[in-house]
Design a protein around this ligand. Structure first.
Ligand code: UD1
Length: 431
């Protein structure tokens, strides 16, 4: 298994190109199941989760091809992938594949909408608390699906097709909103989704669906209206930039000091996190090329945050912000309201010398003047990158184990950071 070695202390200076968003790429790819025509996605990040989803989709009958590199293209720039589900050959998504990535459960919606049936294994994914699918199933039932659970599988049927309906989510769910949007696009009649997630990735999926011929209004607001159509066509779409990746490198820069342009990052996707960074003492400038983040000379101040659905502070940046706060002056309270048990990074950050105490859903972080390098272990995707951030600022060497978690969600992480001056190297298994 690969490890990452970091010798801390170098400020970050330079340009980091922001990749296409993983959390947009996955639902966009899954939407290709809704049509027999070709969906072309540009700026698709080169990530383990994307490759795994390609395997899952090809199992259902999706043909795909990837454009080769073009002259003058950066090898780390996103790829263009053409996906065509001419015929769905299998409506079962097996445990071996779905258990490795939670989002693959979302194939349930397009399979059901297009074929009237689906058999999808209950999901796995990052071990961040119990992550139920009750609301996802409720949404499909509202649209007329009959659902049974059989031997670890969700078996869904809609022999007469799906029908438009009112779907009221009692709690904001990104996945629930994605699958409701996909299924409603091919349902008969009108669907209204209440308390919909407003995450930019929901807007990106709605944009693709509209290009495919769907009738969607209100994406990005809490009420989305979808008028079903009989069939959807092909489309070409560019994946939006990854706000979580951008926020992560913004925090890394605030942590180490320096001055970095996050090329392509958009402030409006990240305002709550940027506000917290500015309050902590970083300088953030919104430029036509992207966001420029710097911290020169001044130290960091403790800031309290609580995670919330968009436009609140994203849970996917909570661990990274905690890493930043371990080195701030004062005491910061970090409250996680989305996922229980999303504090697995606390123990590992403590190995680097952080002072963190847990009180229920809140971590109380007492800033220390310096962190010290240590061997640490990556536990989930976002937790792992918080260790990278802390290690970049720690004195001496840190060795991060189990970096396959990072490969699920961060494209070319070591290259992007080392180009900006970080001392970071991947040690391949056996190396
Ligand atoms: C997505 C993101 C993930 C992010 C999360 C919250 C992707 C691929 N993943 O995950 O990175 O951390 O949004 O922003 O886009 N819930 C239920 N029942 C359900 C579904 C969800 O109770 O049926 C709960 C969850 O346990 C959680 C909350 O709702 O407490 C929000 O989860 P949700 O927004 O659905 O997360 P995901 O879509 O899985």
């Amino acid at each position: 298994m690969d490890r990452i070695r970091i010798v801390g202390g170098n400020p970050l200076n330079g340009v980091i190109p922001i990749s296409g968003a993983k959390n947009a790429a996955l639902p966009l790819m899954i939407a290709s199941l809704l049509t027999d025509r070709t969906v072309t996605l540009e700026n698709l990040p080169r990530l383990a989760d994307v490759s795994l989803l390609v395997r899952i989709l090809s199992n259902h009958g999706v043909d795909y091809s990837i454009d080769g590199r073009r002259h003058g293209e950066d090898p780390d720039s996103g790829q263009t992938v053409h996906m065509t589900a001419r015929e769905i050959v299998d409506t079962t998504a097996p445990y071996e594949l779905v258990s490795r990535m939670r989002a693959s459960f979302w194939v349930l919606a397009p399979l059901l909408a297009r074929c009237g049936q689906a058999r999808v294994s209950l999901p796995g994914g990052c071990a961040i608390g119990t992550r139920p699918v009750d609301l996802l199933l409720m949404a499909m039932e509202r649209l007329g699906a009959e659902i049974d659970i059989d031997a670890g599988y969700v078996v869904a049927r809609a022999p007469g097709g799906l029908r438009g309906a009112e779907i009221v989510f009692p709690k904001v769910t990104v996945g629930g909103t994605h699958i409701a949007l996909m299924a409603a696009s091919l349902a008969r009649g009108t669907t209204v989704i209440h308390n919909a997630a407003r995450e930019p990735e929901v807007g990106d999926l709605a944009d693709l669906l509209v290009k495919m011929g769907a009738k969607v209004k209100g994406a990005g607001s809490p009420v989305i209206e979808v008028e079903g159509v009989a069939r959807l066509g092909g489309a070409k779409h560019r994946v939006l930039p990854d706000r979580i990746e951008a926020g992560t490198y913004a925090m890394a820069t605030a942590m180490t000091g320096g001055d970095v342009l996050l090329e392509g990052a958009r402030a409006e996707h990240l305002q709550a996190a940027l506000d917290a960074l500015i309050e902590a003492g970083a300088h953030v400038e919104d430029t036509p090329q992207g966001l420029r983040v710097s911290r020169n000379g001044n130290g960091l101040q403790a800031v309290d945050i609580a995670t919330a659905p968009f436009p609140g502070f994203p849970t996917d940046l909570q661990a990274q912000f905690m890493a930043l706060m371990t080195h701030a002056s004062g005491v910061s309270r970090i409250t996680e309201t989305i996922f229980e048990n999303r504090f697995m990074h606390v123990q590992e950050l403590a190995r680097l010398g952080a002072h963190i105490r847990l009180e229920g859903d809140t971590a109380i972080v007492e800033g220390v003047p310096a962190l010290k390098g240590a061997p640490v272990m990556a536990t989930d995707l976002r937790a792992s990158v918080s260790l990278v951030i802390a290690a970049l600022a720690a004195e001496g060497e840190s060795m991060i184990q189990r970096v396959y978690h990072l490969d699920r969600g961060f494209e070319a992480l070591e290259r992007k950071l080392s180009r900006c001056g970080a001392d970071i190297t991947r040690i391949s298994s056996g190396g």
